[in-house]
Design a protein around this ligand. Structure first.
Ligand SMILES: Nc1ncnc2c1ncn2[C@@H]1O[C@H](COP(=O)(O)OP(=O)(O)O)[C@@H](O)[C@H]1O
Ligand SMILES: [Mg+2]
Length: 405
């Protein structure tokens, strides 16, 4: 062991725990920023040479997401494309500041709308940095980036709302970057969603509602259940007859908070007529209404659409038709059904005779050969804006993060 050297500079901080991380394109600016950081006494700072790719690489290895991230997009031909890649990899709670070399007001405006805190044409000055830090500290941040809230409800029990919500949540964590997704089951008597995801129904929902004023990343990581650090579940396991006390009025706030920590929050509303569901519809960016093609569901769906569309902040609405039984002759066809409810069907999911029940019982993902799995993948791409809904055109899904209200 080396003898302790009293003159050695204090131990270097671990960059994986940085609260402030910056990736700057040229050496001179890196040196300059390091100097500012040290002059301003910014704790847990990591300043390195690089750009968006280095930032993504850093995030993938970070033990804790930084609070603030500065990325330099100088020389990048398509800064918006690069930054949406970053958004996929970056916890929505991270405040992102962008440096660049294009003095372009349109770019500045677009970046702010996309959830970036500020855009500054280089060079970064000590004053600007101080302003960024204090703006964040006094809570006067112009806008917080937030993930999308997707509310899923069925026209009646058994149409596949839970299956679609849970498999969708799982799908949204797959592949791309390091997306984090929360699945929240509003069937407070131990709904099927957790089982379907291979987790036991926890009591995270009442716990986060009781502590709504002090929710932070650490609290969420402790309280929510996750098997892979990407998909997190919140549920309640109340006895029949027991209610979730005082949940009303707080579900909206909860979804808002969760959307700052997860790229997607999928809420399985269970009972679309409940007060909790009502709040969820008002808070959601997207409502996904699941229906079978029965006469009863056509009626229920029409009323439900009307209800959702008259919420104070109505979400974008997608109707998903799901066949939970094999097709029978004389069944209303998709076109007739859409005409009857006066709303396009974004996706028609076929009957899948094998995989849904198996996946549910085993708590495992659907086999890739499963028709339901293929349909969920399509739905995920539609909702994230990568694919068009079934009847082409008409929809324009916001690119990465919803604009703040
Ligand atoms: N496309 C489908 N094909 C076959 N079975 C399905 C399909 N979608 C859902 N199911 C099955 O239907 C049943 C009810 O689904 P569930 O998601 O619990 O409905 P809900 O939440 O609307 O009450 C489950 O057993 C599920 O596996
Ligand atoms: Mg259900």
């Amino acid at each position: 062991m080396n003898p302790v050297n009293p003159f050695a500079s204090k131990q270097k901080e671990d960059p994986r725990q940085a609260a402030f991380a910056a990736f700057i394109a040229d050496d001179a600016s890196v040196q300059e920023l390091r100097q500012f950081v040290s002059n301003l006494g910014i704790p847990k700072a990591h300043v390195a040479r690089g750009g968006v790719d280095a930032a993504i690489e850093h995030l993938s290895r970070a033990e804790k997401a930084p609070e603030r991230l500065v990325v330099d997009v100088s020389g990048v031909a398509f800064p918006l494309a690069a930054l949406s890649k970053l958004a996929e990899a970056c916890d929505p709670s991270v405040q992102v500041y962008v440096l660049g070399d294009q003095n372009d007001v349109a770019l500045y405006r677009t970046l702010l709308q996309a959830g970036v805190q500020d855009y500054l044409v280089k060079p970064l000055t000590a004053d600007a940095l101080r302003h960024w830090l204090s703006a964040a500290d006094d809570g006067s941040v112009r806008r917080l980036r937030s993930g999308k809230v997707i509310a899923v409800a069925g026209t009646r029990g058994g149409v596949g709302a839970t299956s679609i919500a849970a498999h969708l949540a799982r799908f949204l964590t797959e592949g791309k970057g390091l997306r984090r997704v929360a699945y929240i089951d509003l069937d407070i008597h131990g709904g099927a969603g957790s089982t379907l995801l291979g987790m036991a129904a926890n009591q995270a929902l009442p716990e986060v509602l009781d502590n709504i004023d002090r929710i932070d990343s650490a609290f969420l990581d402790r309280t929510l259940t996750s098997k892979d650090g990407r998909l997190f579940a919140l549920a309640a396991n109340h006895s029949y007859g027991d209610m979730l006390s005082d949940a009303n009025g707080r579900i909206g706030a909860l979804l808002d908070i969760l959307s700052r920590h997860f790229h997607y929050v999928v809420a399985d509303l269970h009972d679309p007529g409940s007060v909790m569901a009502d709040e969820a519809f008002s808070q959601a960016d997207i409502a996904c209404l699941v229906t079978d093609r029965s006469v009863h569901s056509a009626r229920a769906l029409s009323r439900l659409i009307q209800h959702v569309e008259s919420r104070p902040r109505a979400p974008a609405l997608y109707v998903v038709a799901n066949a939970i039984r094999p097709a029978t002759r004389g069944r209303v066809d998709a076109k007739e059904f859409a005409a009857a409810v006066s709303h396009p069907i974004a996706l028609d999911i076929p009957y899948d005779n094998r995989w849904p029940a198996l996946a549910e019982d085993l708590g495992e993902p659907l086999a890739s050969a499963s028709d339901l799995a293929k349909a969920i993948a399509k739905l995920g791409r539609i909702l994230s804006g990568e694919a068009q809904p079934q009847p082409a055109g008409g929809f324009n899904v916001v690119s990465w993060f919803r604009r703040s209200a």
